[in-house]
Write a protein that binds this ligand. Sequence first.
Ligand SMILES: C[S@@+](CC[C@H](N)C(=O)[O-])C[C@H]1O[C@@H](n2cnc3c(N)ncnc32)[C@H](O)[C@@H]1O
Length: 299
Amino acid sequence: MSGVVRNIVKAVVPKPIRDILRTLVPKPIRRQFHLTQSVRRLRKFYFGDQLRMIKPLVFHTRETHNFTYDLTETNLRYLEEVIAVVTGKTPDEIGGFIQEAINDRELRAYFDNKMALYDGQKTPSNVTSPFGRRLGWYAITRVTRPRLTVETGVERGHGALLLCAALLRNCEEGAPGRYLGTDIDPTAGYLLSGKYQAVGNILYGDSISSLKRIADPIDLFINDSDHSAEYEAEEYKAIACKLSANAVILGDNAHVTDKLARFSREANRAFLMFKEQPKDHWYPGAGIGISFPRRAGGH
Ligand SMILES: C[S@@+](CC[C@H](N)C(=O)[O-])C[C@H]1O[C@@H](n2cnc3c(N)ncnc32)[C@H](O)[C@@H]1O
């Protein structure tokens, strides 16, 4: 019985009669009934807003996968804390890098212009929050200054663009590095052009075969291609012997599988998982699995 119906019954039916009616219904049935009411209330309380948002957002953005959104303020703070633990920097320093990306007006203008011209088959529109958890990828790139960053699964290139923006800043500060993306889709990487392309390029074809061709040590590896558990594990296997001593691995599938956590444990590496909390969006959020070298006396 909904709250409204219950109030009407209360107002219309006198209490003594309500009590008699209650005794006529067996206790197990009353208990079932109350639990069913609780299920309805819980569904509405915990998921009502999200369910209501799906339709308007899908029609507004035309996004049916690889959704874009900002993170909540609290979630951004948690992201800073997690990356501070991974990198040994302070949360404020990490926050500084995250704000650097958010406030990069040139990057923002570039993104907006490219998206306005985008003519993909499944063209998204009104994409106003391009980076979400990838801001964590940016901060890690800025702190660790990788010479070689590899991202498997580029798609439109949200991650590629942000990673290359970080690499350009590193280069300005005397720490050059390059980005290699891999994607099976020959149209992937739309956002990687202009000045950002100067530090990055894409290897087209199956990711595992592309990874096998990489000869240089990998300092930062991001898994975001075929999200089956088996394929993800194969990617870690393919790069295991190519990782540099301080390499960091980011798994974009860690909210779905534990393959990166397992790989880390077997390789005696530390592992943390950051779970994202999208702001004003129905999507429950993905995460960043982070595998990094254990520090002496540390994690
Ligand atoms: C989730 S999207 C990547 C999103 C991207 N990292 C970003 O930041 O927006 C996954 C991409 O992986 C690619 N992909 C799927 N299977 C692949 C494979 N076996 N080898 C290489 N790329 C693959 C798809 O074409 C798709 O573009």
